[in-house]
Write a protein that binds this ligand. Structure first.
Ligand code: EPU
Length: 424
């Protein structure tokens, strides 16, 4: 298994390119199942999760390839099996995004229940409830959700769906299913993440009729068929946010080209309050920081967009560990998303966790050690901590990082970090 070797203490300077968003590319690859025409996606990040999704599509008999120019082409004219098997779903929960499109276009789907996950229990009951309201019959057998249209139906039907909580992939499944359903679907309590709006834009380019995306109420008029499209995946706000925290922590001056400051308001506000300078510039974000010793730790509470993203909690916590003062971080979305804490403690951080709340006492220095990545964003927080720690930090289980960051160590090296990969 690969490791990352990080020698901390370097300030970061220069420019890097923010990739396309993982959590936009994954639903968009599934949305290609909605049409018999070819779909081309540009700016798809090179990540393990994307490779898993392409494998999932190919496993269904769909043509899904990346061409030399980096674009991904999906042709779902024919489909051999409308199935997402456990072997693939267990490595990537986003596979549940195949459920809505398969049901909408082919009238049937067999998708493995995801099972346990490191950051929380992550049920899919809302997906099942919403799609059932649209005329699907979903039974659970042998660990699989077996879904088909209810008797006498040839298409899903529009429905009014109000979820018990805001769910990102749930909203995406309903959006894709509703695009081909008969009649109108109204999604109340819909997720407002930029990735939802980007999926809606792609569907509109395919001929879908959608209004209100980006708000908590989305209205969809179903159409009989969708055509192919060419779409550019929105920039990854979590990748950009991770680099903002890294530069804030190490000190320096970096331009994140293609980064979208307007998708990171909550994080940028906290970085500015901490003492970093963050500006939206043309086609990017510029961050300048005097280094963590001169920053003031900031408390925050994770909430749905446009609040502070749970996917940035671990990275900002790493910054708080070496900023001045005490801060309180509350995780409200997932029940087990503090696994980075024990690893940060190994680097000398002072953190106490009580349920959903972590209290961090800033320390003057961290000292490099061997740490283990436990999930994607936890890994990113350990990279940030390693970049400021004295001496060498060895990050093990880097495959977690590779699931969601496109060439992270190469991008960091490009702005002056001392980081390299050691392949076992
Ligand atoms: N929930 C339910 N039942 C459901 C669906 C969700 O109880 O049927 C609960 C979850 O357990 C959680 C809350 O609702 O407590 C919100 O979960 P959500 O459904 O929004 O999460 P998700 O769609 O599974 C996406 C991202 C995650 C990100 C969350 C929250 C993708 C592929 N994944 O997950 O990204 O943390 O939204 O913003 O879009 C990551 O990239 O590292 C990552 C974990």
């Amino acid at each position: 298994m690969d490791k990352l070797l990080i020698r901390g203490g370097r300030r970061l300077h220069g420019e890097l390119l923010v990739s396309g968003a993982k959590n936009a590319a994954l639903p968009q690859l599934c949305a290609a199942l909605l049409s018999a025409d070819p779909v081309t996606l540009h700016n798809v990040p090179r990540l393990q999760d994307v490779r898993t999704m392409l494998k999932l599509l190919r496993n269904m008999g769909v043509a899904a390839e990346r061409s030399d120019d980096g674009a991904v082409h999906v042709d779902a004219r024919v489909l051999s099996t409308p199935e997402a098997p456990y072997e693939l779903v267990k490595t990537m929960r986003a596979s549940v995004l195949a459920l809505g499109p398969l049901l909408a276009r082919f009238g049937e789907a067999t998708v493995s229940l995801p099972g346990g996950c490191a950051i929380g229990s992550r049920p899919v009951d809302q997906h099942v409830r919403g799609l059932s309201a649209m005329g699907a019959e979903i039974v659970l057998e042998h660990g699989y959700m077996i879904a088909r249209l209810s008797a006498g139906r040839t298409r899903l039907k529009g429905a009014r769906i109000t979820t018990d909580m805001v769910t990102v992939t749930g909203t995406e499944n309903f959006l894709m299913a509703a695009a081909l359903a008969e009649g109108e679907t109204l999604l109340e309590n819909a997720a407002q993440e930029p990735e939802i709006a980007d999926l809606a834009e792609m569907l509109i380019a395919m001929g879908a009729r959608i209004e209100g995306h980006g708000s908590s109420r989305i209205r969809i008029q179903g159409v009989e068929r969708l055509h192919g499209c060419s779409h550019r995946v929105v920039a990854d706000r979590i990748e950009a946010g991770t680099f903002l925290c890294a530069v804030a922590a190490t000190g320096g001056d970096v331009l994140l080209r293609h980064g979208r400051a307007d998708h990171l308001d909550a994080v940028i506000e906290k970085l500015r309050a901490a003492g970093a300078e963050v500006q939206a510039v043309q086609d990017g974000i510029r961050v300048q920081s005097p280094g963590s010793a001169k920053l003031c730790a900031q408390g925050f509470r994770t909430t749905e967009y446009p609040g502070f993203p749970t996917d940035m909690q671990a990275q900002f916590m790493a910054l708080n560990c070496i900023a001045q003062g005490r801060s309180t971080v509350t995780e409200t979305i997932f029940e087990n998303r503090f696994m980075h804490v024990d690893e940060l403690l190994r680097l000398g951080a002072r953190i106490q966790v009580d349920g959903k709340v972590a209290v961090i006492e800033g320390v003057a220095r961290l000292s490099g050690a061997t740490v283990t990545a436990t999930d994607l964003r936890a890994s990113a927080s350990l990279v940030i901590a390693g970049l400021v720690a004295d001496g060498e930090t060895v990050l093990e289980h880097v495959h977690h990082l590779d699931r969601g960051y496109d060439c992270m160590e190469a991008k960091l090296r490009g702005i002056g970090a001392d980081i390299e990969r050691a392949s076992a």
